[in-house]
Each structure stands twice: as structure tokens, then as C-alpha cells.
Design a protein around this ligand. Structure first.
Ligand code: SF4
Length: 339
């Protein structure tokens, strides 16, 4: 594999449009769920059609970070607070998605900036969004809550991120094949991998480029592996579904105006596939027994579930074995409804 830190030249791209998304909660808070995943989770929650358990990059990262956090999010499906940084990520992704609806010559900075207000008008209709601007916000452990950022300042900051995008790419020269593209594959052992690619470009030669927009800052080198985890996930699924190893995985950091690129190879993706299978095996064992351990780390500062976490003196609710079984998980625990 090769990783390039500095920005790279544009790869020639082609083809038609689709949709886009992705996101990052900001400079310090970790990314939890991309906007596309969040939208898909809302749809799944509203849809009574049974789905079998699957692994996404965000949920795999959750389990690696803290198995109990994975349980709270995926099995218990406990609600979590939205943050302004995460919502700004959603807004910026929506603008970049709509930008590619315009004819190439009209994809200017000015046009992109005019897309911010209508995208916000749509987004603020979602539950819990407008409330974010009614009180100061601060992460647990951050000390006194910072002075509340006005909605106007927040919208302006989203506009700046959109403008920075134009320093990284020339959208008049790009015609994505897919935006907010659902990619999924079932591996031979039955593991279902599902994820949403912010943007997928295909060159006339058939070369694939996977692009992800980040509204947070570029990670230090020591954390690049974490940033690339999600991209390798997409590359693996695309390789298994299309038989093509992506020529380039590209993370665009809009806060810094910088890019991180990565060129995987088959051997790397095979190793990564084994990593995902090992994570999945560990998740299945945990669900079977209901044993999800807390793993305390710096990231606990952004966890909404400290009150239920043994690492903070809390007690998790009884494992919802019945709900897990209904969702298609194998579990050896008695299926009695709690409550
Ligand atoms: S507070 Fe920390 S250890 Fe507890 S569930 Fe959250 S991330 Fe895990």
C-alpha cells in the first residue's frame, strides 16, 4: 500500500451522478456515524422489514474502541445527542452532494455557497436539530461550556468548509459515478459488509477512486490508520463486488484544506478482510453471551452513555436478548422480555 500525505493532482474522472454524504464531528470529537449511515439507520428503524446483522465501518470502529459502546449503539440502540459539529458535517456533505447536481460549468464557489441555506432549511426539519442552537454545548470533561456560537456564525463556518473544498478539487472536471453510494457484499463466511461511499469516481480506464469528505482536521500520522480503516472497508467491498482494486482512496479534510490518499493492493485488502472477520467473530461471541466489556479511553469524553457504564460507576441495563434475537443475532441467553 502507499499513503501520500500532501495533496495530490486530480485523477481524470467520468460518468454520471448519484448522491453523497459522510461526515466528521469536528476537530476533537471522534467520528461516530457518517451522515449517510445515520440516514440509513433512521430508515432501517422506521422499516419493519427484518434485516440480518451486518458490519459497517463505523460500527466496526465502535467495537474496536469499546465493545460496550458497540452494544449500546447497535444492540440496545440507545439514543445519543447530536452535536453542532456533526450536524455541520451533515450540512456540508449535503451541499457537496447538491453541487454535483449542477452542470459542470456551474459548479462554482458562489453556486456552492448559495446551496448552504436551502440545505440548512431541509436539515433543520429533522428532530433535535434546532434545539442545538438553544443552549451552549460542551463535551463532558471539557470544563465550563463555551460561549454559544450563533447560528449565523455556525452557518458561516459551514460555508467556509464548502469554500475550502474548491482548493482541493475542481468539481467542473469531475463527474462522479456515485454519491452516497450504498456498497455491500456478503463474504463467503456469511459476513455482510455494508457502507456508504461519499463519492465514487470511475475513470475511462475503469480505475476507481473512492472519495470521503471530512469536516474535521487531518489526523496526525499516528492516527492515519484509523482514518484509513473506513476507506479500506469500502475498497474491500468494491473489490469483492466489482473485482477491481480501487486505484485511489482519498480523504479530503475541509478544515485544513488538505488531503490524504492511499493506494491499496490485493494483499492489503485480503489482510483487512481477515481483520474484519476477526472483529465480527468477536462481536458474535459477545452477543451470544451478552458479555460486552467497557474499554475506558480518552474517547469516553464524547460517550453519551457514561451513566450506564461500569467504568464510570454505572450499571448497564440487562442485555436485550429478545431484541437481539429478533434482529437476527444468535444468542444463548434466555429470551425473556425485560421490563
Ligand atoms: S464511557 Fe467509555 S468505556 Fe463506557 S461505554 Fe462509553 S466509551 Fe465505553
Amino acid at each position: 500500500m502507499s499513503v501520500a500525505r500532501p495533496n495530490l493532482g486530480a485523477m481524470t474522472v467520468t460518468l454520471d451522478a448519484g448522491r453523497s454524504s459522510g461526515a466528521e464531528p469536528g476537530t476533537t470529537a471522534p467520528e461516530t456515524t457518517t451522515p449517510a449511515e445515520a440516514a440509513a439507520e433512521r430508515t432501517t428503524a422506521a422499516d419493519s422489514t427484518p434485516r440480518r446483522p451486518s458490519l459497517s465501518p463505523s460500527r466496526a470502529a465502535d467495537f474496536k474502541t469499546c465493545p460496550l459502546l458497540y452494544r449500546f449503539r447497535t444492540i440496545d440502540r440507545l439514543p445519543e445527542k447530536k452535536s453542532r459539529a456533526a450536524v455541520r458535517g451533515t450540512l456540508v456533505h449535503a451541499v457537496l452532494e447538491k453541487l454535483y447536481d449542477l452542470p459542470p460549468a456551474q459548479r462554482t464557489v458562489e453556486a456552492a455557497r448559495t446551496l448552504v441555506d436551502p440545505a440548512w432549511a431541509e436539515l433543520r426539519e429533522e428532530p433535535g436539530i434546532t434545539e442545538l442552537f438553544e443552549a451552549p454545548e460542551g463535551a463532558p470533561g471539557d470544563g465550563p461550556a463555551p460561549k454559544a456560537e450563533s447560528l449565523e456564525a455556525w452557518l458561516a463556518s459551514a460555508g467556509e468548509l464548502v469554500e475550502t473544498y474548491f482548493r482541493l478539487e475542481d468539481p467542473t472536471r469531475i463527474q462522479p459515478e456515485g454519491r452516497e453510494e450504498l456498497v455491500e457484499v456478503t463474504l463467503p463466511d456469511g459476513l455482510l459488509l455494508r457502507g456508504y461511499v461519499d463519492r465514487l469516481d470511475v475513470a475511462p480506464t475503469g480505475a476507481l477512486r473512492v472519495v470521503d469528505y471530512k469536516t474535521g482536521g487531518m489526523p496526525r500520522e499516528a492516527f492515519e490508520g484509523k482514518a484509513l480503516f473506513q476507506m479500506k472497508f469500502y475498497a474491500l467491498v468494491l473489490w469483492r463486488t466489482r473485482g477491481v482494486v480501487a486505484a485511489q482512496l482519498k480523504l479530503l479534510y475541509l478544515k485544513d484544506g488538505d488531503a490524504l490518499t492511499y493506494s491499496p493492493d490485493e494483499a492489503e485488502l485480503l489482510r483487512f478482510e481477515r481483520t474484519l472477520q476477526a472483529i465480527w467473530a468477536a462481536i458474535e461471541r459477545a452477543v451470544e453471551t451478552g458479555d460486552f466489556r467497557a474499554n475506558k479511553s480518552r474517547l469516553c469524553s464524547w460517550c453519551d452513555h457514561q451513566a450506564l457504564c461500569p467504568a464510570f460507576g454505572g450499571t448497564p441495563p440487562p442485555f436485550p436478548a429478545e431484541a437481539a434475537a429478533a434482529a437476527g443475532w444468535r444468542t444463548t441467553l434466555p429470551l425473556t422480555t425485560v421490563g
